[in-house]
Every structure is written in C-alpha cells, then in structure tokens.
Ligand binder design. Sequence first.
Ligand code: ATR
Length: 271
Amino acid sequence: MTDKYCVIGNPIAHSKSPQIHAAFAAQTGQDMEYERCLAPLDGFAEVVRTLIKQGYKGANVTVPFKLEAAAIATRLSERALAAGAVNTLQFIDGEIVGDNTDGPGLVADIVRNAGVALANQRILMLGAGGAARGVMLPFIEEKPAAILVANRTRATADNLVAAFAGHDVEVAACGFDEIAGPYDIVVNATSSSLAGDMPPVPASAFAKGTLALDMMYGSAPSPFMQFAAAHGAETRDGLGMLVEQAAEAFTVWRGVRPETRALFTMLLNLK
Ligand code: ATR
C-alpha cells in the first residue's frame, strides 16, 4: 500500500513541498504520496487526528502551526525540543513524534550548497522569533566562533540567548543599533521580508566575502538581500533551506537520503 504524507498549513496553496517530495520519492524509488492539507486556523489538532485515522505515516507542518505541532506531539526529538517548534511529524504505533528539520536544512544549505563552513565563523542572526530559535542549536553544533542575536525587541533576544547559554560557543544578544560588523555570515530570520520590508541592519554588518542569507524565498531578491549585495555581500534566499529541510524530513520518514542538487537547480530555474 502506498504510504501517505502531507504538508499542513494555512495558507498552503503555494507550498512547493509536494513537488519536492514527489521528486525525492521518484529518485529513491519510494512508494509514497504527498499532498497539501489546508487546516482551519482553529482546527490543526483535529486535522492531525483525522490524518492518523486515515493511515497517514507523517506530515510536515508550516506556518502558523509549528508551535501547536510541538504541543500535540507525544514525543519530541532533541532538536525539536531546543527549537520549541515542530515541522515534521511521524505517526508511529499510536505515537506522534515531533522533529524539526529547519535548522539542519539551513546548515546543510550553507555548508554543502553554498560551500561556506560555519566553524570558527562570526554569525549575526537578525530576529529572535520562532525561525531564529529553530536554527540556534544546529548552528551551535557547527562550532562557530560566536553568534550575535540582534532583535527589534531586545528582551526577546535576551530570552533566546539565555536558552542557549552553557554551550561551548559565545552567544550574545543586542539591539540593531549595537551591531558592529562585519560578520562572516548574516542570517535574516525576521519575518520582515513578508511585508516587503527589511530589518534595520547597518551597512557595517557586511563586507566583501560576507554570506547574507534570507530565510524567506521569493521570485525576486528581498530588500535585505538587495541591501547586503549593495554592501559587498554574497546573497542567498531560503530556497536551498526549503529543499534541504525537506530532504532531512524525507530521510527521517523513509531512512533514505535523497540527492538535492539537481532539484534545487530545477526550482531555481523555475523562478
Ligand atoms: P517566525 O516564526 O517567522 O520567527 P515570529 O516568532 O513572529 O515569527 O518572529 C518574527 C521575528 O521577526 C521577530 O524577531 C520580530 O521582531 P520583534 O521580536 O521585535 O517583533 C521580527 N520582525 C518582524 N518584522 C520586522 C521588521 N520590520 N523589522 C525588524 N524585525 C522584524
């Protein structure tokens, strides 16, 4: 019997995940289906219960349900626990297992696809919400020299940094007006690109050789990417992270790691 998976979100119509997972399944010869699932804003848990009854093996979870997915899980992976959010669910023997592949996806995109090692690098993280929290532990595990978290609301950055103290990596919080660069890697984990806006990051954060990565993706470079490029940085959007988080989820579900490069190039050319 064909194993069933889906991606749950609201909205969900524009999700590229079905296309990505169909390509992975074809490439690795896995017998599975993957579709979009629109959940009502107040109906996430009900949708999950229905999927389990219908025999689904798992689901990806996207905006705005990643926190609810963590709450509904009966077991969480270490990285989901650290992220406080879940983007990958597995339904196994009556259990709902929550995982988070966003951070490993971003690390894979930076290290393998962009060819930039994180070890010993100075990283500037812009934003301190769910997206930033999700990538902190996978970043720390790569042993960068330091991670500075800058946020509009300073207290949120302080709380995030406090949650990741005690590792062998210097992690500090600041306001945007305290940023003193340049940094090797600047990650825009704010949701500002959604509004066609950018965080108030100074030009001094960037230099020639800086990698500036926006976790969002779209058909055109975001204002953050345009600003970073104008100040010498190499830029990258969140398309590679999207493909890599999907590959990691696929590996968790199926035990087979798909190859991502050809698919990434194909999606890039479709933009
Ligand atoms: P997500 O899950 O996408 O991270 P979130 O948890 O709501 O969403 O967090 C949004 C992040 O983007 C926050 O860090 C927010 O800053 P505040 O904590 O000060 O609200 C940040 N953000 C959103 N719009 C922004 C803007 N225009 N400029 C700077 N930061 C912005």
